[in-house]
Write a new protein. Structure first.
Length: 250
């Protein structure tokens, strides 16, 4: 009888203990699931945040872009020298585009040129010779003006891939590709449309500017080298990882 009574008393206790253990195990599973969810969220954030951070713009970024937009405009003040039958002028503003891409990179550099072009199209006479954007777009120089935008982006992108250490020779190559080749391609298309030139005539019209633009590419690289040495971190380095462009953030 005592054994039966003891067993009867132990049965509820055993049932309570079993229920408690089951509840603890259930809570443990919930805890593990929550931890796993948190870890996944942190991992996802660690992957997504650098991209979002690279694409975002701070007040400092906007300020730098505005300063270089003003620099490009200021380089149009010395005026222009028209050469050749196509009437395309020699200006210092392509030097400004090269400097902008080489110093600010693809994101801030592109923003600077967008600001400059928007102000010019809005009617401000900030292009060389006191012209505005609408005048440029209706003239044979339309392609060169439009080419500022892809040109600065290409320069900035190529420069970002060589960072964090700026190399002068690679910088010259980047300036030549973006500031000469890309802008010349856009300019050639513009000459064919606005000046009704053939392809070869439009290409030949660029010959007047090659030597001067090559010198600008060298000057821009030398200046950019000194700027990056004195103010490192202006451009976020970019790399290609598994077929994707990745920003190397600290």
């Amino acid at each position: 009888m005592r054994t039966d009574a003891t067993a009867a008393q132990a049965a509820p206790a055993t049932a309570v203990q079993a229920a408690t253990m089951e509840l603890r195990q259930h809570r443990g599973i919930l805890h593990v699931d929550m931890s796993t969810s948190d870890e996944r969220e942190k991992a996802r954030s660690s992957v997504e945040k650098p991209g979002r951070r690279w694409l975002s713009l701070s007040i400092s970024d906007i300020t730098q872009a505005a300063v270089f937009a003003a620099l490009i405009a200021a380089l149009g003040l010395p005026g222009q020298i028209s050469v050749g039958s196509a009437g395309v002028p020699i200006t210092f503003q392509t030097l400004g585009v090269m400097l902008t891409g080489a110093i600010l990179g693809p994101k801030k550099g592109t923003l600077a040129v967008v600001i400059f072009m928007a102000l010019a199209i809005a009617g401000l006479p900030i292009l060389s010779g006191g012209r505005n954007g609408l005048t440029a777009l209706s003239s044979p120089t339309a392609g060169f003006f439009v080419g500022f935008l892809p040109g600065v982006f290409v320069i900035g992108l190529l420069t970002a891939f060589m960072m964090p250490r700026y190399r002068i020779l690679l910088g010259i190559v980047a300036n030549l590709i973006g500031g000469v080749l890309v802008i010349y391609i856009c300019g050639t298309i513009g000459l064919m449309i606005r000046a009704d030139l053939t392809l070869w005539a439009a290409i030949a019209a660029n010959g007047w500017f090659i030597a001067g633009d090559a010198v600008k590419a060298v000057i821009a690289a030398l200046v950019a080298s000194q700027v990056h040495r004195g103010w490192p971190g202006l451009i976020t380095p970019l790399r290609i990882r598994r077929g994707r462009v990745v920003a190397l953030t600290a």
